[in-house]
Design a binder for this molecule. Sequence first.
Ligand code: G3P
Ligand code: MG
Length: 251
Amino acid sequence: MPHPAIALPRLMAHRGLSAHAPENTLAAVRAAFEAGCTWVELDVQLLGDATPVIWHDATVRRCSDGRARLADLDWPRARRLDAGSWFGDRYRGEPMATLREMLELLDELGMGLNLELKVTRGRNAAALVDSVVPTLLDALPPERLILSSFHDGALARARELAPPSRLALGVLFEGISRDWRSRCEVVDAYSVHADWKRLSRRGARAVCEAGYRLLCYTANDPTAFAHQWAWGVESVISDDPACFAGHLPDA
Ligand code: G3P
Ligand code: MG
């Protein structure tokens, strides 16, 4: 089945512009936009009350002034957290963002979204997917959306909810594993997202020859990354996309 006609950007801002603003916040997405990025990678999870929020870790310890596990928080408590001060005083009071708030901002800015379904230990993947996918489909056109995950069950559930023409799915890998092809085929994947440090030329070639788009995370050293472009990588997810200026291959 055909996939959406996505114009993949060379660079996506990882967790928003996370080198310069608190990751996964509205401020980080605004910063990415201001830096000229057209797409962002963000992470999504459910709070304990089933509110989908943009957040990476299983707890709020590292990136806020709180300590709780996401599973133990409801939105009235989560919204009072300061998710900005840990990064810098100028971001004091920056809140955690709900998925809905983030989608409104992306719509306003006309940006694309590579949304990573984060299924942390002990959490229910189907509940996350069933909440997130309908909201995404309402908010963004297929050309500006990739839903990605390391979690095969989450991707399979997402594929049950939307066909390839409506929802591009990205399968996340550390290294390209032996079972990479079956992981992709079973969900009719659009793309493979690999850890750039573990990507081999051979793995990259196999993925590209099979017709999957190849993305790499999280590269912040354009010199070290230079030869991977020639292997067929189309898009790099970076904390600081501007560092690639002058290091990109011709389109
Ligand atoms: O989407 C790829 C990348 O974000 C996966 O790693 O831990 O930064 O979410 P992580
Ligand atoms: Mg991520």
